[in-house]
Design a protein around this ligand. Structure first.
Ligand code: ATP
Ligand code: MG
Length: 331
């Protein structure tokens, strides 16, 4: 449905060039919920703005249903853009219009008669669970309710794709869950392809089928969410999944290691062996592991005393049993 072929975007500023996207290849299938995750400044918003050519790539091609958008004349591009709607972190509602007026707005612009627009808007507001608030103004609505209005408005023109740029970042966890459930519902009921831009792994985990991890303007990893969760290959993904927090309380000089379990037997008493066989005083700083059918997946952070011999034994043992280990700096 949406395909990127070597898309790059460079911004020229007074301070120099910013390479926001570098040769991005991406393929988003029709009907899926696709996540784009990355930390601040990774290039997520630029990437999503290139999908409807709000931002024109410096090089590369963007295809929508096999039509190359970068080659379309403006009038046809405008037509195509109607199939792609967008919602934002800050809702971007018209303050002087009530919920109904906000949802009617894009319909009025596209020439739908007033009465028909109103009927459709009422139905959409009902679908997003706001039937009782259609005459409320944005200032009278909570963040979650405002985002519901924004979603209804985005759906008014019957789009094929809904782009959500940090749509839940201004909401509390409970409201976030409710909005994500609504998006999933819309995906299932209306078949709208949804692209979710976020910096939070739990958002991806809750609704996405596939995910692309973006870092420094590049896609560092992409695939099925469960595969990426169970077996994150890149350091960036590992940090997003299970961040290494600063400020662990170290009583003596220690070194910190990140252990990645990738389907090793969960019966192996790894920690006991590190203590007994390698004679290392292991301090578990955190863990996010799962047992799937007797196999261990996930990440664990451990600290061990700064003792060359013991560190070597620990690394040897972990290598032997196939647990991937990398050292983390924590100072
Ligand atoms: N119009 C612009 N002019 C110059 N630089 C820009 C412009 N838009 C974005 N950038 C730069 O491009 C890079 C990527 O920005 P982008 O907004 O895509 O990141 P992001 O992943 O969406 O970050 P956040 O999570 O903070 O929203 C940043 O270094 C940013 O400063
Ligand atoms: Mg952004």
């Amino acid at each position: 449905m949406i395909r990127f072929d070597k898309v790059s975007k460079t911004f020229v500023t007074t301070a120099g060039e910013v390479h926001a996207l570098s040769e991005i290849d991406l393929n988003i299938e029709k009907g899926c919920i696709f996540g784009v995750i990355g930390s601040s400044g990774a290039g997520k918003s630029t990437l999503v703005r290139c999908m409807n050519l709000l931002e024109r790539p410096t090089s590369g091609d963007v295809y929508f249903d096999d039509v190359n958008l970068t080659k379309l004349p403006m009038a046809e591009l405008r037509q195509m853009r109607r199939k792609i709607s967008m919602i934002f972190q800050q809702f971007n509602l018209l303050e002087q219009r009530d919920a109904l007026g906000n949802v009617c707005y894009p319909l009025e612009i596209s020439g739908v008669p007033k009465k028909a627009a109103r009927e459709k808007a009422v139905k959409l507001l009902e679908m997003v669970g706001l039937s009782d608030r259609i005459h409320s103004f944005p200032a009278q609505l909570s963040g979650g309710q405002k985002q519901r209005v924004a979603i209804a408005r985005a759906l008014a023109t019957d789009p094929d794709v809904l782009l959500c740029d940090e749509a839940t970042s201004a909401l509390d966890p409970g409201t976030t869950k409710a909005i994500l459930d609504l998006l999933k519902d819309i995906n299932e009921k209306l078949g709208v392809t949804i692209i979710v831009i976020t910096h939070e792994m739990k958002v991806v985990e809750q609704i996405c089928d596939k995910v692309a991890v973006v870092h420094n303007g590049e896609v560092v990893e992409t695939g099925e969410v469960k595969d990426i969760f169970l077996n994150p290959k890149s350091k960036v993904t590992q940090q997003l999944l299970f961040p290494h927090k600063e400020g662990y309380d170290m009583t003596e000089n220690q070194r910190v290691f990140r252990l990645s379990f990738d389907g090793q037997s969960s019966n192996e008493p790894v920690i006991a062996n590190l203590v007994l066989e390698c004679e290392a005083k292991v301090n578990i700083l955190g863990a996010s592991t799962e047992d799937v059918g007797g196999k261990a997946y996930g990440q664990m952070l451990i600290a061990i005393p700064e003792d060359e011999m013991k560190v070597a034994r620990v690394k040897n043992y972990l290598n032997e049993i196939g647990v991937h280990v990398i050292e983390e700096s924590y100072k």
